[in-house]
Design a protein around this ligand. Structure first.
Ligand SMILES: *[C@@H]1O[C@H](CO)[C@@H](O)[C@H](O)[C@H]1NC(C)=O
Ligand SMILES: *[C@@H]1O[C@H](CO)[C@@H](O)[C@H](O)[C@H]1NC(C)=O
Ligand SMILES: *[C@@H]1O[C@H](CO)[C@@H](O)[C@H](O)[C@H]1NC(C)=O
Length: 353
């Protein structure tokens, strides 16, 4: 069989993959379809030496993948307001990102006769403008529309009517979503001021000040908006590590990967009420895999509720024993389901999806 698949998953997820493999080996399972496991070591540091090199190696061997399953999204339990049953959101895209550095330089001098404006004052004002003027709320103009449309019937009345008619209600829903940081991330390019430096001595006019902001991109034109907002030629702007939002992976009942995941979710998580395409607001290694397949999915088969939210990359990050067991079962199931399911789209056409 020509197609292959890959798991590129980190942290506790990689443990789960290895455990699922061990179970399969113990049962003398021989996969019909090749699959690859990509365990990068530097996902949190952009994957330049891990995922990127894994992909280069696969590309050099001419490998084409039926799909990629990466980390990124979860089974959300009680997180989406208005939906009672857990929702499995499978990430079909993720936001882009830009890091911007801002610098202001001025002539140093003694603090006894200061100029009207110092580099610190100028830069603080510029940063304050960025924070006070968020990027435009674009709810309904991106892939989030697909998610809400698919979930519309799961919402309680009257939210179900509203969600089914986003052509009319998108601006209203967008304004509600922007009220909390986690849902605000769905509706716009977010702005996070992350670093600020300036000054060298308590009685010296600062020769420079610099700051860094990290933007997670909903849609492009970020630099233009930053420049317009700051509107001050004294602030020099440099960009680093910029990349656009990721391509949207196919999502329909005919898509091979989606069929495989759907079946595995039904088998292992009967308590899940719905499965829908989602958007990752954080970034994963997935972006390095786009040359190997159009079908890249981000899904960690683990329940995630409001108690878990602050633990994420925070204190006491953990997974329950039951959660881990189900994660292993899911992966065990996905590998086997990939043998039973035949791609409904011929391989040659996979690229055109
Ligand atoms: C900002 O200034 C600090 C202090 O001089 C320096 O260490 C840092 O590299 C500068 N950052 C940027 C992005 O230029
Ligand atoms: C995909 O391939 C093109 C052409 O070889 C290359 O320029 C690009 O950087 C690759 N993309 C990724 C994400 O590796
Ligand atoms: C979240 O899930 C854990 C079990 O994984 C449970 O102990 C906790 O009560 C749940 N919290 C909420 C708010 O549902």
């Amino acid at each position: 069989m020509e197609s292959s698949l890959i798991f590129n998953i980190i942290c506790f997820h990689s443990q789960g993959i290895l455990q699922a493999l061990e179970f399969l080996l113990k049962r003398n399972y021989r996969p019909q379809r090749s699959f690859y496991i990509g365990l990068g070591h530097d996902e949190e540091l952009s994957g330049k030496n891990g995922a990127k090199k894994i992909v280069a190696e696969l590309e050099s061997k001419g490998v084409k993948l039926a799909y990629v399953l990466d980390e990124g999204s979860f089974i959300f339990d009680g997180i989406i307001t208005g939906i009672e049953k857990p929702v499995a959101l499978i990430g079909i895209t993720e936001k882009g990102a830009i890091t911007a550095h801002f610098t202001v330089t001025s002539t140093p001098g003694h603090s006894s006769s200061p100029p009207k404006r110092t580099s610190i004052g100028i830069l603080s004002e510029a940063m304050s403008k960025l924070e006070k003027n968020p990027m435009p709320n674009l709810f309904g103009q991106g892939p989030e529309l697909l998610m809400f449309e698919e979930l519309a019937s799961e919402f309680k009345f009257p939210l179900n009517i509203i969600m089914a008619n986003l052509w009319l209600f998108a601006p209203l829903v967008g304004r509600v979503l922007e009220r909390t940081p986690s849902s605000n991330a769905f509706v716009r390019t977010t702005t996070a001021l992350t670093m600020f430096n300036g000054g060298i001595k308590s009685n010296v006019i600062p020769p420079f000040a610099n700051a860094t902001a990290n933007f997670r991109i909903h849609s492009a034109q970020v630099l233009e908006i930053i420049e317009q907002t700051i509107d001050d030629g004294q602030v020099k702007i440099e960009l680093e590590d910029a990349f656009d939002p990721l391509p949207i992976s196919p999502w329909d009942d005919q898509t091979f990967g989606v069929q495989v995941f759907r079946q595995a979710i039904l088998d292992v998580f009967p308590d899940v009420g719905s499965i829908a395409p989602g958007i990752c607001v954080a970034n994963t290694d997935s972006r390095h895999y786009t040359n190997l397949t159009k079908a890249v999915y981000r899904f960690n088969p683990v329940f995630f509720n409001s108690t878990d939210l602050p633990r994420f990359h925070g204190l006491n990050e953990r997974i329950s024993i039951d959660g881990y067991e189900r994660q292993v079962k899911f992966l065990f199931q996905v590998i086997q389901n990939s043998d039973f399911h035949q791609p409904t789209v011929p391989h040659a056409n996979l690229h055109e999806l």
